[in-house]
Design a protein around this ligand. Structure first.
Ligand code: G3H
Length: 260
């Protein structure tokens, strides 16, 4: 077993259906053989319950594979007049263990600042969820050699609010914006460089947490580039968008993570 158990998290975004979950589990039960990687399913909130039911119904046949539920977003508030929002406790009640916070699509399209993301991170942990914190630079920022600066800013706001020790119960996903949904993945070397930077930043305060935290790569991961990405020393699996909607491809990514 690797020092850090690899993780494959499938972020369906606003895609998929209850049928997709059925198809996935049909393939999972035949092929997911062990617990050497953790698999997290993050369907749209409206499907969390039906996917969780599928998971329960298939548990006995999963051969010990670790398949868990996650959500794509959470409110930073505990309760109240926030129409359309879902609290961390509600996600916990619905059977989620993980929640994505700070995805670039939410930062960019829904005005989520790093301060809001830090509050969501805190709300998730308070309700017993593990946040999957997304960070990543835009194409222009990379061209201007500002990658580390952007990542450090996004990380530091969360660290300032929550403390480094909060990362004892968190996952980080490095998702360069220019690689998300574009078909142009970061190279394994580019991913490794940023993952090592993130790990060293956390290690400055806590070597233990720096060593332990799982850092996923996200951005156009497919079965054809996953093995090279996941074999990098600081890449602990992937946050998968498009390929999580194809059960054959997603299962293949799980298998690659299991043997990485
Ligand atoms: O959350 C997932 C990421 O945004 C990656 O999406 P993608 O695999 O479609 O590029």
């Amino acid at each position: 077993m690797a020092l850090r158990r690899p993780m494959i998290a499938g972020n369906w975004k606003m895609n998929g259906s209850a049928e997709l979950a059925k198809e996935l589990f049909k393939k999972f039960t035949a092929k997911l053989e062990n617990d050497s990687a953790e698999v997290v399913l993050c369907p749209p909130s409206i499907y969390i319950e039906s996917v969780r039911q599928q998971l329960e119904a298939n548990k006995a046949q999963l051969n010990g594979a670790l398949v868990r539920m996650g959500a794509q977003n959470v409110s930073q508030h505990n309760f109240g007049a926030y129409t359309g929002e879902i609290s961390a406790k509600m996600l916990n009640d619905a059977g989620c263990q993980y929640v994505i916070v700070g995805h670039s699509e939410r930062r960019r399209m829904y005005g989520e600042t790093s301060a809001i993301v830090a509050d969501k991170f805190a709300a998730a942990q308070k309700a017993g969820l593990t946040p999957i914190l997304c960070v990543g630079e835009s194409g222009p920022a990379r061209e201007a050699r500002r990658t580390f600066e952007v990542i450090a800013e996004e990380l530091d706001v969360v660290i300032e609010k929550n403390g480094t020790l909060a990362f004892d119960n968190a996952i980080i996903a490095y998702e360069p914006l220019w690689a998300v949904g574009t078909g142009k993945s970061a190279t394994p070397e580019q991913a490794q460089e940023v993952h090592a930077f993130i790990r060293s930043r956390l290690s400055e305060v806590s070597p233990f947490i720096g060593e332990k935290i799982r850092i996923l790569y996200g951005g156009s991961v497919t079965p054809s580039n996953a093995a090279d990405l996941f074999s990098q020393p600081d890449v602990d699996g992937g946050l998968i968008g498009g390929a999580s909607l194809n059960s054959t491809e997603f299962l293949s990514l799980c298998s690659i993570a299991m043997s990485s």
